[in-house]
Design a binder for this molecule. Sequence first.
Ligand code: SF4
Ligand code: SF4
Length: 437
Amino acid sequence: MASERSPWPVPADAPAMEDLSKCVHCGLCLMACPTYLVTGLEVESPRGRIYLARAVSEGRLEMNETVQAHWDLCLQCRACEAVCPSGVPYGRIMEHTRAQVAAAPAEGGRGRRLRRLFLRNVIARRGILGPLMAIPRVLADSKIRTAAVKTRVIRVVAPLARLERQLPRRVGPALRPGDALAQPEVVRGNAVLFTGCVMGEVFGDVHRATGRVLARRGIAAVATMGQVCCGALSAHDGDLDFARKLARKNIDALEATGEAPIVVNSAGCGASMKEYGDLLKNDSKYAERARRFAARVKDATEYVAELGAEVPAQFEGRVTYQDPCHLAHAQRIRQQPRHLLHTIAGCEDVKTDASDVCCGAAGMYSLVEPGMSATLRSRKAEQFRLHRPDVVATANPGCQMQYEAAVREAGTATRVLHLLELLDEAEAAAEAARQSP
Ligand code: SF4
Ligand code: SF4
C-alpha cells in the first residue's frame, strides 16, 4: 500500500512501497529500455519512472499530466524487469501506477475513460468484438483496401491508416471457444487451448495450426467453452478490478478440465495468466485456485518444446525469430522458440540486431503513442531491409501485426508468421514429401 502521506486515491491498488523501494537506482536497466534508448532521457527510463511513482506515492510530487505522460510512454515491455539485479517487479508497479492514475481526478482523463470503456465493452465482449472484426476480415484482401492505399484516401484518418498497415493480407475465420481443432489418431495427452479475444478473432489460423502441431504429437487440444479474454490489456491499463473479474471467469471455466495444460499462443495473454495468482492473492475464494490455474499455463512454444517429440519438418528459407517482450522478458522464454526453429530442416536462422527489443506494438500502444511506436517499428524495418528474411516469425498477435507494417516499410517480400504456423507448415511439407512417390 502507498504511503499514508500520499494525497492520491486507490490505496488498495496503488503501487506497493515494498515494490517501489526495491529499486536501488543502479541504472543497470537503462540500456535495456526502448524508450530510454530512443530519447536518452532519465524520465523515460525505468529508474526515472519508478522515482516518479515513489515521489507521487509519498506525496512529494503532484500527479499531473506531465508525470502521467512519462508513464504513458512506457511500453510495459518489462525488458527492465528481466535485467534488474534487485528483482524490482516493474510490470506490477506500472499496472498499479496506472490504476492510481485512473482513479485520480486528473485533467485529460477523457481519453483514458474512453479506452477503458472500449476495453470493457468491446474487446472483452465476444458478441460485440466478433461482428466488429468481420470488417477487417473482409477488407484484408479486398479491392477497397488496395484502392484506399493507392489513392492515399486512407491517410485522411491517421489511426485508420495505422491499423491498415498492421492488417495481414489474409485474415482467416475466427476460432472461438467450442470450435473444433485437429485431433490425433492416437491420444497421448490432453490440453486446453486458450482462444483469447483479438487472437481468436484475427488469428484463428494460428489456433488451427497450433491444434495440428499438437495433434501430430498425440495431444488432443480442446478450445473449452466459457473461457473469456485474459484481461491483460485491462491490467496494463490499470483496470485491475476488471482484469480480476475476467480472471475469475477463466478459472471457473477451465477448472473442470483438471490438470491439463492450458496452452496459450499469445505471449501477452500467457504472461498475464501466469500471474493470476498475484492478481487474485487477496481474494479468499480464488487465491489458491488462481495459483493452481497459473501453474497450468504454458506458452505454446514452451509446451511443444517440452513435449520433445521429433516430428519431421522441412522449410527451405531464411527465417528471423523476433522475441515478443511478454515471452522473453515477462515469461523468460527465449530458448524454446529458437530450439523449435532449429528442428526445421532447410531453415536458416537469420539473426538481426535487437531481436528482443520491443517492436512498438505493446497492446494498444501503437494507437495511443503512435510516434514512439513508429520509431521502434522503423528500427525493425531497417533490420529486415538489411537481412531480407523470407519469414519473420514471432509468437504474439500484436507483434505479428506490427511486423506486417514493418515489412511493408522495409519493402521486402517477407511473410510474417506465428512460429507455430511456420512449424505447422514445415511439418505438413515434410509429411507431403514423405508421401509423394
Ligand atoms: S529498476 Fe532495477 S536495474 Fe533499474 S535502477 Fe532500479 S534496481 Fe537498478
Ligand atoms: S517496461 Fe519497457 S519501456 Fe517501460 S520502463 Fe521497462 S524497459 Fe522501459
